[in-house]
Design a protein around this ligand. Structure first.
Ligand code: AMP
Ligand code: ZN
Length: 111
């Protein structure tokens, strides 16, 4: 997807603060953090969201990347993973991404 910002970040065409990267996934800090730690886990291949036929191996690689981010950021006290799916859920970048949020007490409420 030539006009997709996360495809461009995955291809290193535009800069980001990379936290973890492998052949399948890139994780980088969110530009507008909602918590002391706010990192995005993004597959390098373009999928619109989590229900866009994402291969199981890609989902497994994303889960592994979450663990790598948690380790790199020292999130031993806990963290939250969110994936907004569709405009009504607040998805603004239409390339699958998981938000990893932590570094403070996030409370019990989900929304
Ligand atoms: P969502 O609203 O769930 O689609 O989340 C999109 C996220 O991408 C937001 O939290 C933005 O702050 C973040 N974002 C947008 N552009 C960039 C960028 N160039 N680098 C890092 N994060 C970005
Ligand atoms: Zn994309």
């Amino acid at each position: 997807m030539s006009d997709c910002i996360f495809c461009k970040i995955a291809n290193h065409e535009i800069p980001s603060t990379v936290v973890y990267e492998d052949d399948v996934v890139i994780a980088f800090d969110d530009l507008n953090p909602q918590a002391p730690v706010h990192t995005l886990v993004v597959p390098k291949a373009h999928y619109e969201n989590i229900v866009d036929g994402v291969p199981a191996e890609t989902l497994a690689a994303m889960a592994n990347a979450v663990a790598e981010v948690a380790r790199a950021k020292g999130l031993d006290q806990g963290f939250r993973v969110i994936t907004n799916t569709g405009a009504a859920a607040g998805q603004t970048v239409m390339h699958l991404h998981w938000h990893v949020l932590g570094g403070r007490d996030l409370g019990e409420g989900l929304v």
